[in-house]
Design a protein around this ligand. Structure first.
Ligand code: PEP
Ligand code: MG
Length: 756
């Protein structure tokens, strides 16, 4: 069998194992067979230590599994772990680090090949094959084992966390910490509620229920409906079906039979599982079973089984009338949380968020920060469907989720929570104070908005204007494009609430990680694709109705500013300006008296940095979107947790670009602001002040902190600091220097990580 196929099959089999033990068993037996060796073993690192435990074997002494162990650097296995590279030996005994374990049964084996199992830079374990023959494994064999191990690493990491979570559910619970990426700062201690997309067998939360009879009835009803549907399709096709096709429909109906899959589901329901969970569990097992088959015809049946299961699930979900009950202190958990999933839960019940996908600058994380909801993103190894109803702690500062934290850890979290509350009470006192530096420089602090709730919050925090109103948010929360009149009303609310303070409305910025449910954009590279102004220039009808709605909403108020996202060339700007001017002329002709607002451009694409002067000349203001600018300058997807460590908003290249934009605007006599998340970071704000930014716009939650920070420094010392850090070439050093600066100015509490 070709190597790629062998690899694929082994990974798939390991993937479908029900727990870590079974997964390891599959690995050792299948790898041994595939490589034709006599021994294959896995050593796994004990969480939180550098001890590697003999965890599974085919060919050595099974009795030693779970007992024999070595620390990093000890013996051959420890050497592989420490060096993080393969060790390929003709005769293991001759290696200086060789250590003999009397009970393992290794004495007959000479050839040794060990490779590290590494997941996200973390050595999880070592995979070893051994043989009696004196020989070096050849290059192909070594490459095979390395490839195998790289593929298995993620599967093992996932199985390990799942095992810990399941064990915690049934036993008193060992402390388990799951790593993700910081999404929104803060600590939350609460109860998990799983949000799952509908009709997805893999996203059904596991849950036990009292009313078994009700669940059975629901299941039988759903089965009956699907049976009818299938019969209906077969009847409709009638004469067009070949006898083989007819046979296939019979097979379908047979699968739903009480004697087959149906019986297994009923069995689980009788044990207390809710119908959706029982169905999902049974169906997934059967799908995996088919996927593992070697015969391609049978393998394809996996698709049919999945289709069938999904249909039954859809009926179950449709008849599940129960309103979701949100406990106090709900932590919403989902594969990919979206702005609309936040809309369903009452704010006072929401304590925290965990998303398996996405990263710190995904839009849902930005919303969470605006709402002040502690959030962990990119918890890729989290078996989220198993968390329904579990108590957990989320640490939004470090991006970690904790199950059963030991009492001393829990009390540390409670202490941070208390001190956060105290800090926000202190900061409230600053509400009516201006943002003025010690040497009298005034820095206007504006807010970013999108949700209605932001308005009150922003005004409470003393916002002096809106630097970014994300108009896509009301678009995201609907089932179709809002009409011009609907938009006018939404915009009017914003403008009225803040008047006479300025409100900067950004034209629709969809694409990237912001897809409208009713206008899906499927692309391989969405962040480099059809986004922002590119979409709206291709759909002038959408752009025009939005601009008309804004202009009409501004009648009699005059505090509107319009801002264009994702501009990457002058011609795009000229086109958009032409459309805005046209709308304005038309509206005047219609008899509505409304002024032409200030118009600005977002600088969030590297080309716009180089074009900043040409762009500034054509408009009234520039506003830097540092979230996207950072992503595009560093080529780091803001939505991808795997590269989150590389997303440095204070990277020297980003700081250089920010300075260049500020200088370009000044040279053209235009105002320049910033509305990316950097503006809401006290460290970033100090540097932006020094660079000459005229305004900082941030989420309402960050505003008091930034005000406090800027009131504690002088412009002169901020400038000195900027000159110093612009000499640094390492983002870590810049960050460390800024932390020191804040600490020296009595702001230890603003340093990012209070828990560590
Ligand atoms: C940005 O990119 O910095 C920005 C403010 O826009 P958004 O985060 O909505 O893409
Ligand atoms: Mg942007």
């Amino acid at each position: 069998m070709p190597m790629l196929e062998t690899l694929r099959q082994i990974v798939q089999e390991v993937n479908s194992a029900s727990d870590l033990k079974e997964a390891l068993g599959v690995i050792v037996s299948r790898v041994r067979d595939a490589m034709g060796t006599e021994v294959c073993s896995v050593y796994l690192r004990e969480p939180g230590s550098d001890r590697f435990v003999f965890s599974a074997t085919e060919g050595l002494n099974q009795d030693q599994v779970g007992f024999a162990s070595l620390v990093a650097g000890e013996g051959l296995v420890g050497t592989v772990a420490e060096r993080e590279e393969p060790l390929n030996l003709e005769n293991a005994e001759n290696h200086p680090n060789f250590r003999f374990f009397p009970d393992l049964g290794e004495e007959h084996f000479n050839a040794f090949l060990g490779v590290p199992i590494i997941h996200q830079r973390d050595v999880l374990g070592v995979l070893v094959v051994q043989q009696a023959e004196h020989r070096r494994f050849d290059e192909g064999e070594e490459a095979f084992l390395v490839t195998m191990s790289a593929q298995l690493a993620a599967v093992i990491a996932h199985a390990r966390v799942t095992g810990a979570v399941d064990a915690d559910a049934t036993t008193a619970g060992a402390p388990t910490k799951i790593a993700g990426v910081p999404g929104a700062p803060g600590i939350a201690i609460g109860t998990a509620v799983v949000v799952s997309p509908s009709a997805d067998l893999y996203a059904v939360p596991r849950k036990l229920v009292e009313d078994r009879r009700g669940e059975l009835q629901a299941f039988r009803y759903a089965l009956g409906r699907v049976r009818e549907d299938i019969r209906g399709v077969a009847d409709n096709l009638g004469g067009e079906l070949s006898p083989e096709d007819h046979a296939l429909f019979d097979v379908y109906l047979g699968i739903l039979d009480d004697s087959s899959i149906g019986r297994e589901v009923v069995g689980l329901i009788k044990e207390g599982h809710w119908a959706q969970g029982a169905l999902s569990k049974v169906m997934i097992e059967h799908i995996r079973h088919f996927e593992r088959m070697e015969h391609s015809y049978l393998k394809e049946r996996a698709v049919d089984v999945k289709d069938l299961g999904t249909r039954v699930l859809a009926y179950l979900q449709a008849s599940d009338k129960q309103e979701q009950v949100y406990p106090d202190q709900t932590v919403l958990v989902g594969e990919e949380l979206t702005a609309s999933s936040l809309g369903e839960i009452p704010r006072e019940k929401l304590a925290g968020l965990i998303s398996v996908r996405g990263s710190g600058n995904s839009h849902v994380a930005i919303l969470a920060r605006a709402m002040g909801v502690p959030t962990v993103m990119g918890a890729v190894d989290l078996p989220y469907t198993r968390l329904q109803g579990r108590n957990l702690v989320i640490d939004g500062y470090n991006g970690t989720v904790h199950l059963n934290p030991p009492p001393e850890v829990l009390s540390r979290f409670v202490a941070v929570l208390d001190s956060d509350r105290e800090l926000s009470r202190d900061l409230e006192l600053l509400r009516d104070q201006p943002c003025v530096t010690e040497d009298g420089h005034r820095m206007p602090l504006w807010v970013n908005t999108g949700l209605m709730a932001d308005i009150t919050r922003s005004l409470e925090q003393g916002a002096e204007g809106v630097g970014l109103y994300r108009t896509e948010v009301p678009f995201l929360l609907r089932e179709r494009f809002p009409s011009e009149e609907e938009q006018r009303q939404i915009y009017r609310n914003q403008l009225e609430a803040f008047a006479p303070r300025p409100v900067t409305m950004r034209t629709l910025d969809i694409g990237g990680d912001k897809a409208l449910p009713y206008f899906p954009i499927e692309e391989d590279n969405p962040f480099l694709g059809w986004r922002g102004i590119r979409v709206t220039l291709d759909h002038p009808e959408i752009f025009l109705s939005q601009v008309r709605a804004m202009l009409k909403a501004n009648a009699g108020l005059g505090n509107l500013r319009i801002m264009l996202p994702m501009i990457s060339s002058v011609s795009e700007l000229d086109e958009a300006l032409e459309l805005i001017h046209r709308s304005h002329r038309e509206i005047l002709q219609e008899g509505v008296d409304t002024p032409l607002p200030s118009i600005g451009v977002m600088v969030e694409v590297p080309s716009a940095v180089y074009l900043a002067r040409a762009l500034a000349r054509r408009v009234d203001f520039l506003s830097v979107g540092s979230n996207d600018l950072t992503q595009y300058l560093l080529a780091v997807d803001r939505n991808n947790a795997r590269v989150a460590d590389l997303y440095h908003s204070m990277h020297p290249a980003v700081l250089g670009a920010l300075q260049q934009v500020a200088d370009a605007a000044r040279a053209e006599g235009k105002k320049v602001g910033i509305c990316g998340e950097l503006a809401g970071d006290p460290e970033g704000a100090v540097l932006l002040l020094a660079m000459g930014y005229d305004m900082l716009s941030m989420n309402a939650t960050s505003l008091p902190k930034v005000k406090k920070a800027l009131r504690n420094v002088s412009l002169a010392e901020a400038r000195e600091l900027l000159q110093e850090v612009l000499q640094y070439d390492d983002p870590g050093a810049i960050h460390a220097r800024l932390e020191r600066f804040l600490a020296d100015h009595g702001m230890e509490k603003f340093i990012h990580n209070p828990v560590a």
